[in-house]
Design a protein around this ligand. Structure first.
Ligand SMILES: Cc1ncc(COP(=O)(O)O)c(C=O)c1O
Length: 502
């Protein structure tokens, strides 16, 4: 007799088109059919339990079926399920915008320079090249533009940056700089800004050109490894460092990062040569996730922020994957003490419960979008932008983060992950074990690495741990509230899999 899962799979194979899934994988594999979730676990149609070690594409930061988030969703659904934000509003979007803007207030090192000084706004009153007054704010506020998914937040960021320069009379500044191996989403603007050849090659003719700087990657530092980040994942001096304790954070801020960041050369060259054409630089702060969890040091971001400021280029931080505590701080860019002009949020914003994303913009950019004396209105938006039920979920998530100290907890759990994952480096065939907050990754050496990674995936799936390798790289990115023992058990199982499969 066919199992329930097999019955589902039969219909699935006939009608469903899966994202990022090859026909043969769907045809030839008994993939799990997930019917429910609870905490860090997912359950298939037969009741088999899986540890969601990748937080369902990195978004379920608080796991599944959290009773408080479920209750908030139900309550809001019974009150107002949708209402548009075009020339209207609703309390959920208002409160969420305020709460998100609050996360960027200059009350911590977050929005301050290294030495603790407030970071000045990018353009001061006299900077408007056409004489257009760009007001400075006493307390720098942020504006929140909502959309439904990460790619849409990115599209909005690119268009806001380009229109900003149009608004201030510098329309020739309409180009962008990004890093090689970047991934910023799958819509055409974000594919242009990112670009992973293995995914996006076919769409190249449809993209717009961007300046591409060579991406930093500490694990393969080609500059002699002067960075302590290049040395691997030892808990006290390796890549886990951004998750270190308060006294170490202070020490870090008193003593600039020891890394010389030779890898910054490529970015520097592009910015210095083309600054008059460039509207913005866009980066995934500290970790290029989709490219294979390629981590780099805060010093790189610090240099980038300084250079962008010197050339009046907007710095866009794509925090869609690394935001909301994943790296041991609310936002990854905080590790560098920088203050990006535009920040894109998504995924964990709603704890992965409903699709919602946000483009968070400095007030001095927003103010140039006035319709007087000329119409500079931002004519851009999506039907479900700031959906009330999604806002209710996001608001509850933020409350839980605060009450349960989720971010400091993630920093602590990150140190456990760093200590454990570094031990895998001693296994033959494994290299570049690395960790940043609650992202742990390693690579399987050599040509057959990707195939071996698939065998390891199968070994783990059979034993109830869901992973999804990226080429040769295997990573763990579990919910931030995963119990410590579950994390260590999963890494022990990984070690066992490596012993058995390699
Ligand atoms: C850094 C980054 N930016 C943007 C996106 C796109 O987000 P979405 O899949 O919600 O469109 C992703 C998705 O993985 C991402 O990792």
């Amino acid at each position: 007799m066919k199992s329930r899962s097999e019955k589902y799979r039969q219909v699935d194979r006939k009608f469903l088109w899966h994202p990022y899934s090859s026909h043969s994988t769907i045809r030839n594999n008994d993939f799990p059919v997930i019917v429910r979730g609870k905490g860090p676990f997912l359950y298939d149609a037969e009741g088999k339990k899986y540890f969601d070690a990748i937080s369902s594409w990195w978004c379920c930061s608080l796991g599944h079926s959290h009773p408080r988030i479920v209750a908030a969703i139900k309550k809001q659904a019974g009150k107002l399920q949708h209402s548009i934000l075009g020339n209207m509003s609703h309390p959920g979007a208002i409160e969420l915008a305020e709460k998100l803007a609050d996360l960027f207030q200059p009350k911590s090192i977050l929005t301050r320079g290294r030495a603790g000084q407030p970071v000045p706004p990018l353009f001061s009153l006299s900077d408007g090249p056409t004489g257009l007054s760009v007001p400075t704010m006493e307390k720098e506020t942020r504006r929140v533009f909502f959309a439904s998914d990460g790619s849409s937040a990115l599209e909005a960021a690119l268009k806001i940056a380009a229109q900003y320069f149009h608004n201030i009379g510098r329309p020739e500044r309409n180009r962008f700089v990004s890093l090689s191996n970047a991934y910023h989403g799958d819509t055409l603007g974000s594919v242009s800004a990112g670009f992973l050849p293995q995914f996006h090659r076919q769409f190249k003719p449809l993209t717009f050109p961007v300046f591409r700087a060579k991406a930093p990657f500490c694990a393969e530092c080609g500059h002699g490894g002067t960075s302590c980040h290049a040395r691997g994942a030892s808990p006290d001096k390796g890549l886990s460092r951004p998750t270190c304790g308060a006294s170490q954070v202070k020490a870090l801020h008193d003593n600039p990062d020891p890394c010389n960041c030779e890898c910054f050369k490529s970015m520097k060259k592009i910015i210095e040569k083309h600054s008059e054409e460039i509207a913005g630089v866009i980066v995934e702060p500290l970790c290029q996730c989709a490219a294979g969890m390629r981590m780099y040091p805060p010093a790189y971001l610090e240099k980038l922020a300084q250079l962008c400021r010197a050339h009046k280029i907007l710095l866009i931080a794509d925090e869609i994957a690394v935001g909301f505590g994943r790296t041991g701080k609310m936002f990854a860019f905080e590790h560098a003490g920088i203050d990006p002009d535009i920040v894109c949020l998504g995924k964990s914003l709603s704890g992965g419960y409903l699709p919602i994303s946000a483009t968070v913009v400095k007030e001095n950019i927003y103010s140039t979008f006035s319709d007087r004396p000329k119409d500079n209105t931002f004519y851009h938006g999506h039907t479900f932008a700031g959906n009330p039920i999604a806002c209710a979920a996001a608001l509850e998530v933020l409350k839980i983060y605060k009450e349960k100290n989720i971010v400091p907890g993630a920093a602590r759990k990150g140190r456990i992950m760093a200590g454990r994952i570094s031990r895998l480096n001693s296994i033959e065939g494994v290299r570049n074990a690395r960790c940043l907050g609650m992202i742990a990754a390693f690579e399987l050496e050599g040509k057959g690495g990707a195939a071996r990674a698939q065998s390891i995936k199968k070994y783990l799936w059979d034993r109830g741990v869901l992973v999804r390798p990226l080429g040769n790289d295997i990573y763990l990115m579990p919910p931030l509230n995963t119990p410590d023992e579950l994390i260590t058990d999963a890494i022990n199982l990984l070690a066992e899999a490596l012993d058995n499969v390699l």
